[in-house]
Ligand binder design. Sequence first.
Ligand code: HEM
Length: 407
Amino acid sequence: MTKNVAGELAGLELPVERGCPFAPPTAYERLREQAPINKVRLTSGGEAWWVSGHEEGRAVLADGRFSSDKRKDGFPLFTLDAATLQQLRSQPPLMLGMDGAEHSAARRPVIGEFTVRRLAALRPRIQDIVDHFIDDMLAADQRPVDLVQALSLPVPSLVICELLGVPYADHDFFQSLTTMMVSRTSLEGRRRAFAELRAYIDDLVTRKESEPGDDLFGRQIARQRQEGTLDHAGLVSLAFLLLTAGHETTANMISLGVVGLLSHPEQLALITADPGKTPMAVEELLRYFTIADGVTSRLATEDVEISGVSIQAGEGVIVSGLSANWDPAAFKDPAELDVERGARHHLAFGFGPHQCLGQNLARMELQIVFDTLFRCIPALRLAVPGGDLPFKRDAVIYGVHELPVTW
Ligand code: HEM
């Protein structure tokens, strides 16, 4: 039987600010209790289906009848401003916005770079990078230290340098631009950093084309040459996608993970007593904060029925990963941060064909950071009450702007 669960439009103007920094907006729970799929109003105009249930979220994200192409009319764009959308429309699509066979063709050649086996080779370098920044923190002559600048931002930036094969001599330059790109500097400053980074990556790809090494680019270039499909612009876009998708996300998750653990000392004690539990703790922290809520938006290309709700072709659908990750049907007592719960079925990395390509890398970075930080600085604590931290309440990627810590 087909039914439209939302008899009348549910009152949710998106995006909604997180009121309590550790919980989804209260409106999310109200909506989920009303129905796992509701129609909501968008701040950008129009309406879309809001999917709050875990099971329903997975059903949408796994269904090829929903498109990821943000350039299509009717796509629910509450996370993008007009300028970003214009930029998106003026550039060739990235894998994130492709569908079907085109998407598989873009994703397949790079999957091998992100397998657990391939990434294991990066582990010692990531450990060195984390050790280096923690040593610098310990050597700082002033406290509190802002963990965002001291650790959360530089670690993923340098890890991406490793991944892309950025020469060591360029690391400082690369890192200062990536920091500027995601910091609270003026829009003009961020635009300049963005343009400079793009020019740098373009030049890096050119250098790699003449001297391909044994790194991600080297392997992509060798394969494309063999197939006669060398695509300079495509390689530049791929590098940029990995940078933009992997830097700010991981940085915010490092910061929030530290806030979450320091605010729940009994949970932190479980992983410091047994670091074997850190991988499980990482999954739970990813679930609990779900920093990239709502990026998993889609457009129905055909009429589809999900859990009895009839979604028409041309209608927008927003899967709220945060709401799904707090769905009591999938996670008992979701408001409890429980590092032993086994939360790996969370939707923090999405689900289905677009599920995060860099998830194993992000997991490895988070595990190394939490293990090393709390081992090297066991007395680490927040330098201000948790509630006073400057949370990015209405940002697309949730996090904190600053994280003063001391010990
Ligand atoms: C904690 C850190 C991260 C979070 C929470 C996160 C979250 C996500 C989510 C929710 C998606 C799915 C988007 C959709 O379905 O439309 C996604 C896709 C993606 N992520 Fe991540 N991500 C993280 C780290 C990374 C890293 C480290 C990289 C690479 C260096 C990366 C690269 C990508 C790429 C390339 C896609 C697009 C995949 C595709 O379209 O097939 N991410 N990520």
